[in-house]
Design a protein around this ligand. Structure first.
Ligand code: TYD
Length: 208
């Protein structure tokens, strides 16, 4: 596999989508062969599943939620991630397997060992080469989501606190892969921090 997979993670409102898009445009200007993906979504199936997962008015029990996220990921891995990595592209993805461990594992309480096993099967063993975890207290981050609350953004503060703690634990046990960046008040300042992590990484990658 020649390509490189960079994932962005963080709680709702942490600004991942903005920052991952900034990185995408910046790398594109630097003439990298780069694509930007997001989860859930990114495939036809994924986009339909996303609508259900985010906006269903009916109850979705935790295990159904888990399998819907995994179904979307499985499709994206097969349709886009594997072929793009084979072509040597740089893939920037807004959320990947760590989201499932953080939200369905730490947030919903599904056994983490089960999620880890399923994630491995669904991703065909693909793990991001680099993960940027944008960290912020949910009390601040959720303020940014006020106008567009989906099923997750409507969850309680303790839920988001569990997800955040989960992310920090996942980062601690994957120190090499996951770089935690504290969200700054100014999004350009946050992006400068992201660049500090990505630049040396890409230099190493393009040399090999
Ligand atoms: P999000 O990145 O917020 O999408 P958008 O910016 O388009 O609204 O992702 C949607 C939600 O899905 C988010 O609250 C986290 C949740 N999620 C999980 O619970 N598990 C997962 O495996 C993934 C990928 C996302």
């Amino acid at each position: 596999m020649k390509g490189i997979l960079i994932s962005f993670e963080g709680i709702d409102g942490s600004g991942k989508s903005t920052q991952s898009r900034k990185l995408y445009h910046w790398l594109k200007r630097k003439r990298y062969d780069v694509i930007h993906l997001r989860e859930p979504g990114g495939s036809n199936l994924g986009e339909s599943v996303k609508k259900t997962l985010l906006y269903s008015n009916h109850e979705i029990v935790p295990l159904s939620e888990l399998f819907l996220f995994l179904a979307a990921r499985s499709q994206l891995v097969k349709e886009t991630i594997l072929p793009s990595l084979k072509k040597g592209k740089v893939l920037i993805i807004d959320r990947f397997s760590d989201s499932t461990l953080a939200y369905q594992g730490y947030g919903r309480g599904i056994p983490k060992s089960l999620i880890t096993r399923l994630n491995r099967v669904i991703t065909k063993g693909i793990s991001p080469d680099l993960t940027i975890l944008l960290d912020e207290r949910p009390e601040f981050a959720l303020k940014r989501t006020k106008s567009r609350r989906d099923r997750f953004e409507k969850e309680s503060l303790p839920f988001h606190q569990r997800v955040r703690k989960g992310y920090l634990k996942i980062a601690l046990s994957n120190k090499k892969r996951i770089k935690t960046i504290s969200v700054r008040a100014d999004e350009d300042d946050t992006f400068q921090e992201i660049k500090k992590v990505v630049i040396p990484y890409l230099q190493k990658y393009t040399k090999t």
